[in-house]
Design a protein around this ligand. Structure first.
Ligand SMILES: *[C@@H]1O[C@H](CO)[C@@H](O)[C@H](O)[C@H]1NC(C)=O
Ligand SMILES: *[C@@H]1O[C@H](CO)[C@@H](O)[C@H](O)[C@H]1NC(C)=O
Ligand SMILES: *[C@@H]1O[C@H](CO)[C@@H](O)[C@H](O)[C@H]1NC(C)=O
Length: 210
């Protein structure tokens, strides 16, 4: 019995170490992942024409798990920003948050994707602040939380300023995947802060997608 226990122990060690070795090679083993996914997308329906329903479902399942991992990773981009006493603001689904720190104050601007609108009117309210002056809490229309905005499905966009919506065919992830597009969105935000007299140079700039 003791022997069996030891055997089981070594078996689990072997499993653990082989999965650890697999993890060490994650980058090298997945270096063509983006390229292969792009080819698969280009193929369209030709990709799956001979596939069994099981194979299709299994790949959907894998992609769902992978999407989850990637999404969590991109959400972490704003972590570690000063002032670090500020809690992490929640990122609206169907939108994003553009954030910068200026003169020790954290500003986050909620944006909704095209086809979505803010739940509350906020046309003159471009961004929210968290700083020593706010007690290191987020100013928000939502009581006592880190939720800054909600983006609801809507055929018209009227509740926010026009700059608070991602352009049509350019949602948050599309913006974030292209440094030119991201710089443009962040540039508009910094200009808006300057227009409010918030002039110092921005630090810890980031865009996170909900
Ligand atoms: C990890 O990569 C190295 C070098 O590319 C290779 O020698 C090794 O066999 C790989 N290990 C696994 C578990 O794939
Ligand atoms: C799909 O396959 C057909 C027939 O082989 C081909 O004509 C078509 O170009 C393919 N489409 C793509 C997107 O590869
Ligand atoms: C990024 O967006 C710009 C502006 O739309 C476009 O010209 C450029 O080709 C895009 N870059 C990539 C890598 O997609």
């Amino acid at each position: 019995m003791a022997l069996q226990g030891i055997f089981t122990f070594f078996c689990s060690l072997a499993v653990l170490s082989s999965s650890a070795a697999l993890l060490q090679n994650c980058s090298s083993q997945t270096q063509h992942l983006s390229a292969e996914l792009e080819v698969a997308i280009e193929c369209g329906e030709n990709l799956t024409s001979g596939w069994s329903t099981q194979r299709t479902a299994a790949l959907l399942l894998s992609l769902r798990d992978l999407t989850d991992t990637l999404h969590k990773h991109q959400l972490q981009e704003c972590r570690g920003a000063e002032p670090n006493k500020c809690p992490e603001a929640k990122v609206p689904h169907h939108g994003g948050l553009a954030c910068v720190t200026v003169a020790k104050k954290r500003y986050c601007k909620p944006l909704c994707s095209h086809g979505y609108d803010f739940a509350f009117i906020r046309r003159s309210r471009l961004y929210e602040e968290c700083s020593k002056q706010t007690g290191f809490r987020w100013q928000t229309q939502y009581v006592g939380g880190n939720k800054l905005a909600v983006c609801n499905e809507s055929p018209i966009q009227v509740s926010g300023a026009s700059s608070a919506y991602f352009p049509e065919n350019q949602d948050c992830l599309k913006t974030k995947s292209n440094s030119t597009l991201q710089s443009a969105i962040m540039g508009v935000f910094v200009t808006e802060l300057r227009n409010q007299g918030i002039q110092d140079s921005p630090e810890f700039a980031c865009l996170v997608c909900g």
